[in-house]
Design a binder for this molecule. Structure first.
Ligand code: FAD
Length: 460
């Protein structure tokens, strides 16, 4: 395998500027792929640095001004970063955590950089950050895509409305992109780069970082349930392959059981690579195995379709992004009487008449995660209990992004949009929901016992 093959279709030059031949280092501004293993952007940086005989400088900018900045998910990030610092040091790579915003920080450090490498992200805000960096710095900027198996723009140049279309294409290119990300050895190892910045933060305890960040500390941290870090992600993956995957297909939809991987927070922050997950699984199982097919359908088809969705739909996080037939149908039913109407506060506190919904909301509040099946029920019921689907959409996004460790992710916007009709077909018309798919309380109660569901996380 040629060295470049692993980077094929994953690297894009974002501007037309030249390398700075006086630059001291190759700068990798890490954001989406917070790991040292299976990280194409990191390996690309080392590859370039070796070519130009420079060291690599990896930087993570931490700002307290991001959406819903709160100690729940900041703790998870920092837990990961502290371990990453050691992993990178062991490989001889300079790593700094800097308190600054992404654009400012990249621009400042780019002044002494030979070239800049960014990892790819798909949401509007992060795309705008990268655009600004590419426009404002004086050196060339590369963007490297490492958090998908199939580079999004390579697979499609437009939005794909149905999962089956995505699945067909994925199957066609499946083997082509399944390449181990080999690690390059930096020629110039850890060295003192003489970077004196007053905003470098270098603590060993998570709490020390949290103390200096002006973030919302009213939301509980959830380290009892999910602790950040690639080491934990790898442990969960191992457990999943050994104990859960052989039973995944039949049990993944039962929220009283724990048969899913629980990897979504780690995938969200890039603490584990989806490519690594797939390659690991295929070391033990055949890709035609029913459980593997079912898991890959979630991890690859739905997860990457979500990235396609946010990449090509400007309104992905708004009700206006819901497909027209579904919006029209929902709005034809605005006049239908709602048996229950709840305010955001009542929903947020899990104070509805429905014990199953309240239990799902408790899972979100207490653990920072929610079972996939309950997420669907949860969002569908918000539609039923609010006056307008637009209000329901906004509430679902608000709660999802505020409390979930894996929130603020393409999966969240695609998942919520699915509950409103996107990627789905019309069903028999009914009250309030019109032609969009309905999920009933009766069906849920027949399927499982709410006390068992609650006990899964309350006993912890
Ligand atoms: C209303 C609603 C909101 C959601 N919000 C989010 C969110 O904010 N962040 C998030 O990561 N997922 C979200 N999902 C998708 C899904 O519920 C979670 O990814 C899943 O529950 C994570 O648990 P797991 O890692 O144990 O899943 P597993 O079953 O082990 O799946 C493995 C991985 O596949 C991906 N995946 C699984 N199901 C889906 C799906 N339906 N769509 C896209 N990718 C999927 C995830 O990355 C997941 O980690 C949402 C779904 C709905 C219906």
């Amino acid at each position: 395998m040629s060295i470049e093959k692993i980077f094929e279709n994953r690297v894009l030059k974002l501007n037309k500027k030249e390398e700075n031949t006086k630059g001291k280092y190759v700068l990798y501004c890490m954001e989406a792929s917070q790991r040292q293993e299976f990280n194409h952007a990191l390996e690309f940086s080392i590859y370039k640095a070796n070519y130009y005989k420079k060291p690599v400088l990896v930087v993570f900018f931490i700002t307290d001004k991001y959406k819903f900045s709160n100690q729940r998910y900041y703790r998870f990030i920092i837990e990961g970063l502290i371990k990453l610092k050691k992993d990178l040091k062991d490989r001889g790579i300079n790593f700094l955590i800097i308190k600054d915003d992404y654009v400012n920080g990249c621009i400042k450090l780019s002044k002494e950089a030979y070239l800049v490498v960014l990892d790819k992200n798909y949401l509007k805000t992060q795309r705008l950050w990268r655009r600004k960096v590419a426009d404002f710095v004086d050196v060339c900027v590369y963007e490297v895509e490492s958090d998908v198996i199939f580079p999004i723009q390579f697979l499609f140049n437009k939005s794909i409305p149905y999962a089956f279309l995505y699945r067909d294409k994925v199957e066609k290119f499946f083997d082509y992109f399944l390449l181990e990300v080999k690690q390059f050895e930096p020629i110039i190892k850890n060295n003192d780069l003489n970077i004196y910045l007053d905003n470098v933060i270098d603590f060993n305890e998570v709490q020390e970082y949290l103390n200096i960040l002006n973030i919302d500390k009213s939301i509980s941290t959830v380290e009892k349930y999910y602790q950040g870090g690639s080491d934990i992600a790898n442990k969960l993956l191992k457990e999943f392959i050994e104990k859960k995957l052989p039973f995944y297909k039949d049990n993944r939809s039962d929220p009283t059981l724990d048969y899913t991987s629980n990897l979504s927070p780690y995938l969200h922050f890039g603490q584990i690579s989806p490519l690594k997950i797939v390659i690991e699984i295929l070391k033990y199982y055949d890709k035609r195995d029913e459980n593997v097919k079912s898991f890959f359908n979630e991890l690859i088809v739905w997860r990457e379709l979500a990235r396609n969705y946010v990449y090509y739909n400007e309104f992905y996080n708004q009700y206006e992004g819901v497909i027209l037939w579904a919006r029209k149908s929902l709005e034809e039913h605005l006049v239908d009487k709602r048996e229950y109407l709840y305010t955001l506060e009542e929903l947020e506190q899990g104070k509805t008449h429905d014990e199953y919904w309240n239990a799902a909301q408790q899972e979100l509040l207490i653990t920072g995660k929610m079972h996939n099946y309950m997420r669907m029920y949860w969002a569908k019921k918000i539609i039923e209990w609010t006056e307008h689907p637009k209000q329901a959409f906004d509430i679902a996004c608000y709660l999802n992004d505020k409390y979930l460790l894996d929130g603020r992710d393409p999966n969240g916007y695609a998942g919520i949009s699915w509950c409103f009709g996107n990627f789905d077909r019309p069903f028999k018309e009914r009250k309030i929901f019109g032609k969009i798919r309905y999920m009933s309380y009766k069906n849920l109660t027949e399927r499982f016992d709410v006390k068992r569901y609650l006990s899964r996380f309350l006993k912890l």
